[in-house]
Design a protein around this ligand. Structure first.
Ligand SMILES: Cc1ncc(COP(=O)(O)O)c(C=O)c1O
Length: 359
């Protein structure tokens, strides 16, 4: 017989970890040692989000337990970064329009739509960041979800809603040194199961299986193969390798998310390094003989992989193309490369606007 637990306070001060419990504990078996140090709801400050058509405190934006998107994963989302540049006193939203265009496409696949044009969603997001006076690296998370509270798995004849929140955010995976990756036993959900090009919430159970297998086996990240055994992507990152000076990435028809960072890196490689990217299938064993491998994504940024399946990649050190792209990318996203200003939306209009927001 289960006994009722005392009600939780509306704002727990433990970031969802039961006092005295190990973070990541599953039943009796503790799996991960620490909670993610980033992307948690800050307890000490009030942040607003946009929920059900208006700004509300993030701690008050709640959905019912019967919400369809929660019951069945029938929702789609974006992960967006905004980078703080302290010298310029500016916060830069990165590729905001591209993210809302992709969200509109994901929603379309699920028979939903955004409440406005992608351009209008960008304006709303800038207003949200400004309203929260965020002056640090930030993660922005818009979602479109089936909001009807009902049992019955389907995509049609359901209401949907839009929500967007933002929280301070640091590195999601290590970008400084190289990481170790494992090609895991789980396969990427194929286009005929759950389309990977749409950022569908339910599909992230597949990413979670992959990441956990890799991490419980002592690696940092997973590399996931397609049903027919080609390298598709990381758990939440796109994949690149370098062979004999050629930059190679899997094609969009190999069950990848059509990554925004992936496109950005191809642009940087072409314009800054004079390196064209070849989009073609990658065999697993090519990762063992590649000169460089790296993962990229909004969350992961650029993460050089220096070991795959216990084998050193190339020299075992961060390579020149991955390392070079990483430097260029970090300069571009923080507004230090004028040639890439078109990637960025400045959140604060002027220095005057900036100081007004502080007082
Ligand atoms: C499964 C998956 N692949 C790739 C990516 C990288 O995409 P992007 O660069 O648009 O963030 C993500 C990340 O957000 C992802 O979740």
């Amino acid at each position: 017989m289960l006994t009722e637990k005392p009600a939780r306070p509306a704002t727990a001060d433990t970031n969802g970890v039961e006092p005295g419990a190990e973070a990541g504990e599953v039943g009796a078996e503790a799996t991960a040692a620490t909670p993610d140090a980033t992307g948690v709801l800050p307890q000490e400050r009030r942040l607003d989000c946009w929920f059900q058509g208006r700004f509300v405190p993030l701690t008050e934006a709640k959905v019912g337990v019967m919400t369809h998107g929660f019951l069945y994963g029938t929702a789609c989302f974006e992960g967006i970064r905004a980078y703080w540049n302290a010298e310029q006193g500016q916060l830069y939203g990165l590729k905001l329009l591209e993210h809302y265009q992709r969200l509109a496409r994901s929603a379309r696949v699920l028979f939903m739509e955004l409440p406005g044009t992608p351009e209008e969603m960008v304006t709303l997001t800038v207003e949200l960041l400004r309203r929260n006076d965020l002056r640090e690296d930030t993660y922005v998370r818009p979602s479109v979800y089936k909001s009807t509270e009902a049992i019955g798995v389907r995509l049609h004849r359901l209401e949907h809603e839009f929500v967007v929140f933002c929280v301070p955010f640091g590195d999601y995976i290590d970008t400084s040194g190289g990481i170790s990756a494992q090609t895991v036993s789980w396969r990427r959900n194929s286009d005929v199961a759950i389309p990977a090009r749409a950022k569908i919430v339910g599909a992230y159970a597949n990413s979670a299986f992959a990441k956990t297998e890799a991490q419980l086996n002592g690696h940092d990240e997973a590399i996931v193969l397609t049903q027919d055994g080609h390298a598709s992507e990381g758990s939440a990152e796109n994949l690149f390798m370098v062979r004999d000076g050629v930059l190679i990435t899997p094609p969009v028809t190999d069950d990848i998310l059509e990554g925004i960072t992936r496109t950005a890196l191809m642009e940087l490689a072409r314009r800054e390094l004079g390196v064209e990217t070849v989009e073609r299938q990658i065999d697993r064993s090519e990762l063992y003989i590649a000169d460089e491998v790296f993962l990229c994504g909004t969350g992961a940024q650029i993460s050089p992989v220096t070991r795959v399946d216990h084998r050193p990649v190339g020299s075992g050190e961060v390579g020149p193309i991955g390392g070079g792209l990483r430097e260029l990318y970090f300069d571009a996203v923080r507004g230090r490369l004028p040639a890439y200003a078109h990637w960025l939306t400045p959140v604060y209009e002027t220095a005057r606007d900036d100081s007004r927001a502080r007082t």
